[in-house]
Design a protein around this ligand. Structure first.
Ligand code: NDP
Length: 258
C-alpha cells in the first residue's frame, strides 16, 4: 500500500530547467516512478539530451524549449504539453539562477532584475499556466525549488538578490497552497543546501576558501548531490505527500541548525 503511493504511472510531469543539475535528476526520479516527463529548458540541446537519456532507460519523455521568463512562451508550452500528453499532473519549478558573490551596494539594476525575472517571475508564470490546467482537472502537485537561502543568509559570499528571490519563492508557495488547497492542487517547496551542480562551481571549484566555509557551516560536513533533492521532490510530487501543502522542506545537511 505504501509503495503504491509513490507510483506515478499514467501521470505527466514537467520539470523546468530540466537540462542539467537538480532538474535533470528530478526528471529521472519522476520518470523512474512511472511518469511521462517533459524536460523543459531554455537550452534546447540540453533538454533534448536529458529526454533522450530518459528514453534510453525506457521512460516516456519529451524535450520542451522553454524560457520561463517569457510568460507567453510558458502559456504556449503548457498548451504543447496538453497537445502531446492530454494532461499535466506534476510541475517542478526548478529553473533558477545564482550569480553570487556580489555585494548589495554593487548590485546593478540588471543583476537584480535577472535574478527576480527567473527565480520569482518565471516561477510564477509557470505556476499560473500549469496551475490553471491542474485546477481545471481538479488535481495536481507543484514542487518549487526554493533554497536554504530563503531562511538564512549565506556566508561568506554576498548574494542579497538571490536570498530575497528564494524567500519570495517560499512565501509564494504558501500563498498558492492556501488559494488552491480546496481545489485539489498541492503546492510545496524544497529548500536545498549547497548541491554539486554547475551553479555552485564558483565556490566548490574556483574558491577553496569559500568552499571550506560552506563545509564548516554544515553539520553534515558535506554538500549534497542532485539525486538527494530529486528524491524529496519525488515524495512531494507523489500521493505519499497527500496531506502536505504549503510546506517548505529543508534538505540542508543540517545547515540551518546552527
Ligand atoms: P543549474 O544552473 O545547474 O541548472 C539550472 C538549469 O536551469 C540550467 O540548465 C539553466 O540554464 C536553466 N535555466 C536558467 N534560466 C532559465 C530560464 N529562464 N528558463 C528555463 N531554464 C532556465 O542549477 P541547479 O541545478 O544547481 O539549480 C536548480 C535549482 O535549485 C535553482 O532554482 C537553484 O536556485 C536551486 N538551488 C540550487 C542549489 C545548489 O546549490 N545547486 C541550492 C539551493 C537551491 P543556464 O545554464 O543557461 O542558466
Amino acid at each position: 500500500m505504501y509503495l503504491e503511493k509513490y507510483d506515478l504511472k499514467g501521470r505527466v510531469a514537467v520539470v523546468t530547467g530540466g537540462g542539467q543539475g537538480i532538474g535533470a535528476a528530478c526528471a529521472r526520479a519522476l520518470g523512474e516512478a512511472g511518469a511521462k516527463v517533459v524536460v523543459a529548458d531554455m537550452m534546447t540541446d540540453r533538454a533534448e539530451a536529458v529526454a533522450s537519456d530518459l528514453k534510453g532507460k525506457g521512460i516516456e519523455a519529451m524535450a520542451l524549449a522553454l524560457d520561463v521568463t517569457k510568460s507567453a512562451e510558458v502559456d504556449a508550452g503548457a498548451k504543447k504539453v496538453i497537445d502531446a500528453y492530454g494532461r499535466v499532473d506534476v510541475l517542478v519549478n526548478n529553473a533558477g539562477v545564482a550569480r553570487s558573490d556580489v555585494r548589495a551596494e554593487d548590485t546593478t539594476d540588471d543583476h537584480w532584475r535577472f535574478h527576480m525575472d527567473v527565480n520569482v517571475d518565471g516561477l510564477f508564470w509557470c505556476c499560473r499556466a500549469f496551475g490553471r490546467l491542474m485546477l481545471e482537472a481538479g488535481s495536481g502537485s507543484i514542487v518549487n525549488i526554493g533554497s536554504m537561502s530563503g531562511f538564512i543568509v549565506n556566508k561568506p559570499q554576498p548574494q542579497s538578490f538571490y536570498n530575497a528571490s528564494k524567500a519570495a519563492v517560499h512565501h509564494l508557495t504558501k500563498s498558492l497552497a492556501a488559494e488552491w488547497g480546496q481545489r485539489g492542487v498541492r503546492v510545496n517547496a524544497v529548500a536545498p543546501t549547497y548541491i554539486e551542480t554547475p551553479l555552485t562551481s564558483f565556490g566548490m571549484n574556483e574558491s577553496p576558501d569559500m568552499y571550506k566555509v560552506w563545509l564548516e557551516m554544515t553539520p553534515m560536513g558535506r554538500v549534497g548531490q542532485p539525486d538527494e533533492i530529486a528524491s524529496v521532490v519525488l515524495f512531494l510530487a507523489s500521493d505519499a505527500a497527500s496531506l502536505m501543502t504549503g510546506s517548505i522542506v529543508l534538505a540542508d545537511g543540517g545547515y540551518t541548525c546552527w
